[in-house]
Design a protein around this ligand. Structure first.
Ligand SMILES: [Zn+2]
Length: 73
């Protein structure tokens, strides 16, 4: 399966195929793919979707619900 790494280039204002894509971990612990725009060379970053964001959301929701459960108890 061919991997394609598309990211939004703010200069071209469109999705471009990342040049020299590599995985990075951002300060908040999320993974992202970073590369360069093949057209203008601007650094483009694509946050790895789904799981990271979903985990953060469900973690927050879980904490809130368990907190209310603790109160009910
Ligand atoms: Zn570009």
């Amino acid at each position: 399966m061919a991997e394609t790494h598309k990211a939004y280039c703010v200069k071209d204002r469109e999705m471009v195929e990342m040049k020299d894509p590599h995985e990075i971990t951002m300060k908040n612990g999320r993974k992202a793919m970073q590369g360069a725009c093949p057209k203008c060379g601007t650094k483009v970053t694509r946050i790895m979707g789904g799981s990271g964001a979903a985990t953060a959301d469900s973690a927050a929701g879980g904490a809130a619900s368990s907190a209310s459960k603790a109160k009910t108890k």
